[in-house]
Design a binder for this molecule. Structure first.
Ligand code: SP5
Ligand code: ZN
Length: 354
């Protein structure tokens, strides 16, 4: 399977994240990229191609079809403005929040993170914007391959994207790589267009950013399997009652899962989700691929075993659609090569043999 990875991402390595009154050791670390790269090779998928861009040059109008220009310029300038205003160089992080209680927009660079961020787990460092841009470029390179006639492609994005919305960040995510790729597929620079698309999000966590971006639209069906937000992050979105609104009503489907969900139970819910996607009959599919559903994941609470991942790849192949896989979460470092590699290899094998 043709695949891509960003080379400019190691300048984004937060030293911590806040959780339950503590600063925890981060799990979204730069080593994930090389580990997954080795997994692709070991699984016989071939080595991914390097993406060296570290700006939005060439894709800015596309990215602005997902994120607001105001938000993009904030991300680009946040670290410098923070430090100039006396912010601690450890990283940009919010400590007073907007939202349901207040919705003014401050000028202070020390307060602005609380306008754009929804949690305290996505710090902004000097290299964060370049890394996020490189990650978005990686997803676009992979999307281009579908437009050129490939049946599948994989973007090894880091940082991940599905928690980032039109003008907000959080959950280790700054730019929504899957949404940007979906917009590319709908109106590519050249090649085949995919006007009706589905996004299937199988990361452990609800993709609240992706949901928000497409919530009022029907041309992109958003389907997500995730741990019940009543008990786990992101807590404030991902409920089954969130079905889309306006023209998008009925085109957002959430499948919350109880803690401890096993392979069999997960796969039967995935079957239902795939049936809904088949009914929608999209021209192409974008998979937000998180493997933090694994039982051994340090922040996960589902109980999938290694053998679930090739089965997930096989079930997705059964849709018979051109498919773009975009990496999201997954933090069990020693298992990452196998989890990602076995899912993609199984997809490829089953897509060919049927
Ligand atoms: C892309 C993605 O998977 N983002 C996930 C963001 C979740 N962040 C909150 C997880 C914090 C878990 N910390 C628990 C530590 C217990 N010692
Ligand atoms: Zn996740």
């Amino acid at each position: 399977m043709i695949s891509f990875y960003p080379t400019v991402h190691t300048g984004h390595q937060p030293q911590g994240e806040f959780w339950n009154s503590r600063v925890d050791i981060p799990v979204e670390v730069f080593q994930r990229v090389d580990l997954i790269r080795s997994g692709l090779v070991q699984s016989g998928l071939g080595a991914p191609e390097a993406v060296n861009e570290s700006t939005l040059n060439g894709i800015r109008p596309l990215v602005e079809s997902v994120h607001s220009p105001d938000y993009l310029s904030y991300l680009e300038t946040a670290y410098g403005r923070w430090v100039s205003a006396g912010g601690d160089p450890t990283g940009v992080m919010p400590f007073v929040f907007t939202g349901r209680k207040m919705d003014g927009k401050p000028e202070s660079p020390l307060a602005l993170p609380g306008y754009y961020a929804f949690d305290m787990g996505a710090w902004i460092l000097p290299g964060t914007y370049a890394a996020a841009a490189a990650s978005a470029q990686t997803s676009v390179h992979a999307a281009e391959q579908l437009c050129q006639g490939h049946e599948a492609a994989y973007a090894l994005c880091r940082p991940p994207g599905h928690h980032a919305g039109v003008d907000f960040y959080g959950g280790y995510c700054y730019l929504n790589n899957a949404a940007i790729a979906a917009e590319y597929l709908r109106s590519p620079a050249r090649g085949r267009r995919f006007e009706r698309l589905a996004i299937l999000d199988i990361d452990l966590h609800h993709g609240n950013g992706t949901q928000q971006i497409f919530y009022q639209r029907h041309e992109v069906l958003v389907v997500s399997l995730h741990i019940d937000p009543a008990i786990e992050y992101p807590f404030f979105a991902g409920y089954a009652s969130e079905i889309g609104s306006g023209a998008g009503e009925g085109f957002n489907l959430n499948y919350p899962l109880p803690g401890g969900t096993s392979d069999e139970d997960y796969l039967s819910v995935l079957d239902k989700a795939l049936e809904q996607i088949a009914r929608y009959d999209p021209e192409g599919l974008v998979v937000s691929l998180g493997v933090d559903t694994f039982a051994g994941d340090p922040i996960g609470k589902l109980a999938l075993t290694h053998s679930a991942y090739p089965r997930i790849g096989q079930e997705i192949a059964g849709l018979h659609r051109p498919t773009l896989f975009v990496q999201e979460g997954g933090y069990a470092l020693q298992h990452l090569p196998d989890l990602v590699g076995s899912l993609l290899a199984s997809f490829e094998q089953n897509a060919k043999s049927s």
